[in-house]
Write a protein of this length. Structure first.
Length: 257
């Protein structure tokens, strides 16, 4: 399976080569969704394909988890986009030392933005999370999420608010099937090519311990053609990981129309 993932990445990069001449004529500016949990309302421009890839290591008590999250983003038309993402690979160790490894679940998202004015946009995302991981590492059954987005530029500050509801495909006995999530991310440029992000996020589902975390990250974006980030997240409730550290990048793969 890891070989298939490597082939997918290689084919995506190779497919972008014929568009390189077009890319040199058109100014390509990536719109990073990393490093926060919150997504902005805007998809990539029509025909533009972007890749986000990273690594995340989390700890909760004696348990450890390392993942390689990825996200392909394609602009379909004005204000429409499609996202394909998941965890390329997961290494997990529970409190008893039991180890698991393998690919993660895969998410498919249709995205729509509604620009209100030059500084404000609304949007929604409809996501199906497909159980491509073995049950010990993934959901076991498909989950479905509807996410509402509010994005606003405020000078050097940018705000993203996400409010979502998820229908859990495989709820544990005695727990609710519906989960609610809220995240608020604020980012700001603080130096040439550098920005910082702070975010508060959490989820709630009856019968499951509440999950809330505080995230802080910095990103380097020279020329707006790519971005590199590094950050840390701290769990605030019993249901969240104690802490996590992460790093990743965002790059354009090409512009096809």
């Amino acid at each position: 399976m890891t070989t298939r993932i490597a082939v997918l990445l290689a084919l995506s990069a190779a497919t972008a080569v014929p568009a390189s001449a077009q890319a040199t004529r058109d100014v390509i500016t990536v719109n990073p969704y990393r490093p926060s949990v919150s997504n902005p309302a805007e998809p990539p421009p029509p025909g533009q394909l972007e890749l986000e890839f990273g690594a995340l290591h989390g700890r909760s008590g004696d348990a450890r988890t390392t993942t390689l999250p990825y996200l392909f983003k394609l602009g379909l038309a004005d204000n429409w986009g499609f996202l394909l993402g998941g965890d390329a690979y997961i290494w997990s160790r529970d409190d008893q030392g039991q180890r698991e490894r393998g690919v993660g679940d895969t998410s498919l998202t249709l995205k729509r933005a509604y620009p209100v004015n030059e500084s404000t946009s609304l949007g929604w995302e409809a996501t199906a999370t497909v159980p491509t991981a073995k049950e010990s590492l993934g959901a076991g059954k498909a989950d479905y999420t509807l996410n509402g987005i509010y994005s606003r530029d405020m000078g050097e500050l940018h705000l993203d608010v996400n409010l979502n509801a998820t229908r859990v495909g495989n709820p544990e006995p005695g727990t609710a099937r519906m989960a609610q999530g809220l995240s608020v991310a604020l980012s700001a440029n603080f130096a040439h090519d550098w920005s910082g992000t702070a975010e508060l996020s959490g989820t709630h589902r009856t019968g499951v311990a509440a999950d809330a975390q505080l995230l802080a990250a910095i990103a380097y974006s020279p020329g707006k053609r790519y971005a590199v980030d590094v950050g840390i997240a701290r769990g605030l409730t019993r249901g969240a990981q104690d802490w996590a550290v992460f790093s990743g990048f965002v790059i354009p793969l090409g512009k096809f129309w």
